[in-house]
Write a protein that binds this ligand. Structure first.
Ligand SMILES: Cc1cc2nc3c(=O)[nH]c(=O)nc-3n(C[C@H](O)[C@H](O)[C@H](O)COP(=O)(O)OP(=O)(O)OC[C@H]3O[C@@H](n4cnc5c(N)ncnc54)[C@H](O)[C@@H]3O)c2cc1C
Length: 396
């Protein structure tokens, strides 16, 4: 299709769900995806909350193991076995998950052009022109409006008058075969992965995804982490090789512009605690498609016509994204001693009931505030708590 109502650039979960909802609403939609196939070579653990499937009408067949328990390991080697009152998350294979989303978008009538790398985009009075490349040949597409769903890639934002999220953290992950716990293991404490944490998550059969997020140099942090906890890990024998990928952090200042809006990670719809972006991307897709369908009806695509989307998703996620950010920053400033004291408090059962009562996989701000109020009162953060801007923001 050369002239579409909407051209979605990027066929990850956020772009595909936006395309699906728009096509279901009667719009002509084309998705332009650089990879040769939807879902190919995605670097992602695939952990998502159990409710995602019903909330966003997704087929459950890509769901892998369900998790109700997790092992939390501190840098000094102590561990806590946590059990949630009900299964809190599932793991999906992103190749199949994204592939299914693509199938749903196609069924609804969207076109998906894979192997199509968008190089340039420009907006004029009567539409958007997209210059792409496929098999070394130029491809041009026109649409009334474009949705930027390019994930962490920020090269096209400025051409559309959008801003990418200002900050990033860095992820690393490898998938191996081996023996290990049937529950996810989370490695915490500032020295493990500065500014973040590491994990080993069973991904089905005898496979495990081992990875981390960090503010530091992900390769060095991964090497140190693997040497300490998985000294026999052989990246050459991996089921999926060790890969590194940044993750956006923080809300994009401008997620709408003339005939353009950004959705998913491209807008900063990512949890600032864990770097998880699938749920918020699907959530953002719903609001984006509602605004776009209205705009198509009115044939009005200026920033003011699209502003409702920017307002609505930020109103819904601002608290989560900012509290998560301050919490992770505060965590990254804790000394090893303070962290171990926090761990002792958790082991003595001071924190577990709070997590069991208030823990929600995708909406974490309530739990974070309860935990900080409790631990700050316990006096663990003496010295850090005074004049600490991150703690101040969290508690006031
Ligand atoms: C190590 C690691 C582990 C993670 N684990 C989890 C997890 O367990 N749970 C979770 O929810 N999230 C996790 N995430 C984050 C999650 O993978 C992303 O936030 C999510 O994929 C974002 O979805 P999206 O649709 O916005 O972007 P993406 O999934 O990144 O999709 C963007 C698409 O746009 C395409 N594209 C980019 N530029 C162009 C262009 N110029 N032309 C055409 N196509 C283009 C890309 O090829 C890509 O397919 C993890 C990330 C990392 C790095």
């Amino acid at each position: 299709m050369d002239n579409a109502d909407v051209a979605v650039i990027g066929g990850g979960p956020a772009g595909l769900q936006t395309a699906r909802l728009l096509a279901e609403g009667g719009a002509d939609v084309t998705v332009l995806e650089a990879k040769p196939a939807v879902g190919a070579n995605v670097v992602c653990t695939g952990l998502i909350g159990r409710d995602v499937f019903s909330e966003f009408r997704l087929p459950g067949e890509t769901i892998g193991p369900d998790f109700q328990e997790a092992e939390i390991v501190s840098f000094s080697g102590r561990s806590i076995r946590y059990r949630h009152p009900s299964p809190f998350a599932s793991i999906v294979d992103r190749e199949r998950f994204d592939g299914n989303l693509g199938g749903l978008a196609r069924e609804a009538g969207a076109e998906i052009e894979t192997g199509t790398m968008v190089r340039d985009v420009s907006v004029s009075r009567d539409g958007v022109t997209i210059e792409a490349e496929r098999d070394g040949r130029p491809v041009r597409r026109r649409a009334r409006l474009t949705v930027l769903a390019t994930g962490v890639e920020g090269r096209l934002h400025a051409k559309l008058g959008l801003t990418p999220p200002a900050r990033r953290i860095y992820g690393a992950q490898v998938e191996i075969r081996g023996e290990g716990s049937v529950a996810p293991t989370i490695f915490v404490g500032p020295p493990t992965a500065p500014g973040g944490f590491a994990w080993s998550v069973p991904s089905g059969g005898d496979r495990f995804r081992i990875g981390l997020i960090t503010d530091g140099n992900p390769r060095k942090v991964f090497d140190d982490f693997a040497a300490r906890y998985y000294p026999r890990l052989d990246p050459a024998g991996a089921v999926r090789r060790l890969e590194f990928k940044p993750i956006c952090q923080g809300m994009a200042k401008r997620s709408v512009a003339d005939r353009a809006l950004a959705v998913g990670e491209a807008a900063g719809q990512v949890k600032t605690t864990t770097g998880g972006g699938i749920y918020y991307g699907l959530w953002g897709a719903r609001l984006a498609s509602e605004t776009i369908l209205e705009a198509l009806k009115k044939n009005a695509f200026g920033p003011a016509d699209l502003a409702a989307y920017d307002r609505r998703w930020k109103a819904g996620l601002r608290r989560e994204i900012s509290i998560g950010y301050y919490a992770r920053k505060f965590y990254s400033m804790m000394s090893a001693g303070q962290f171990e004291a926090l761990f002792t408090l958790a082991q003595s059962d001071g924190l577990i009931p709070v997590i069991q009562n208030e823990g929600q996989f995708d909406w974490q701000s309530g739990l974070i505030l309860s935990l900080f109020r409790k631990t700050a009162v316990a006096g663990i953060f003496k010295g850090l708590s005074r004049n600490n801007v991150f703690l101040d923001r969290l508690l006031n």
